[in-house]
Design a binder for this molecule. Structure first.
Ligand code: ADP
Ligand code: ZN
Length: 229
């Protein structure tokens, strides 16, 4: 068209699912496997809160209450990150879009960059199990490995199985109360996007109640199908 070499289209995967569905865990695995970059708006917002930026200061209370941060803040943060050189090969959107307005903004952002959504993957889980999953989880501060009080204790208490660190962190919003609010926000504002992407022909549903490895296999297959489509 303009004579320049056309790079292979960058992949854009969307992970949809309630809090606790495993979006972050699976996104990190797909990153390694396909050379993609995980863009978690939750992580980006937590970084903004920690850095005390104006956006972070505005987001902090909303996040603590389990509500959704304003579309404008989230869209701005995502737009900046999408332009990072490391994202050229493709991205996994974890926790974005979460509202109709964000889905529309994403279409515009991708359109401006000559990109499109490869697949929107819905991690299908049972609601009741999610609050317990979220309320008991904690993470290695050094390598990001996830653990859980009831389901996945480190082999040696307080020590990360993966990297040996003894620094564990818990998210401020991973309490039973806030998790219930987050689940409610998911149902009213985000779940309708599943129908949106189904209509667009981009939706893939994956059963996400089983073993983490089994779910990773299903996701890997989905991504490979999308690549070969
Ligand atoms: P989870 O999916 O487990 O709830 P996240 O880390 O994705 O966790 O998000 C944590 C919080 O960050 C949300 O409860 C919300 O307040 C805020 N947040 C993250 N992504 C968005 C988004 N796309 N739009 C609005 N708020 C967001
Ligand atoms: Zn670790």
């Amino acid at each position: 068209m303009d004579g320049t070499q056309t790079p292979q289209a960058a992949m854009v995967l969307i992970l949809l699912g309630p809090p606790g569905a495993g979006k972050g865990t699976q996104a990190r695995r797909l990153e390694d496997r396909f050379g993609l970059v995980q863009l978690s708006t939750g992580d980006l917002l937590r970084a903004a809160v920690a850095a005390g930026t104006p956006a972070g200061r505005e987001a902090e209370a909303v996040m603590k209450a389990g509500g959704l941060v304003s579309d404008q803040i989230v869209i701005n943060i995502l737009r900046d990150r999408l332009d990072g050189a490391d994202c050229a090969n493709g991205v996994i959107l974890d926790g974005f879009p979460r509202t109709d307005a964000q889905a529309t903004a994403l279409d515009t952002l991708l359109g401006e960059r000559g990109q499109r959504i490869t697949a929107a993957i819905s991690l299908e889980v049972e609601d009741q199990a999610m609050i317990r999953r979220v309320a008991g989880r904690f993470t290695c501060a050094d390598c990001g490995e996830g653990f859980h009080e009831d389901f996945k204790q480190p082999k040696q208490s307080g020590v990360c199985d993966k990297c040996g660190s003894t620094q564990m962190t818990r998210r401020a919003d991973d309490t039973a109360e806030t998790a219930a609010q987050r689940l409610a926000a998911y149902h009213t504002q985000t779940a309708p996007l599943i129908a949106h992407y189904e209509t667009a022909g981009a939706l893939v549903r994956v059963d996400a109640m089983g073993e983490i490895d089994t779910i990773t296999d299903a996701l890997t297959q989905t991504v490979e199908n999308a690549i070969n489509a």
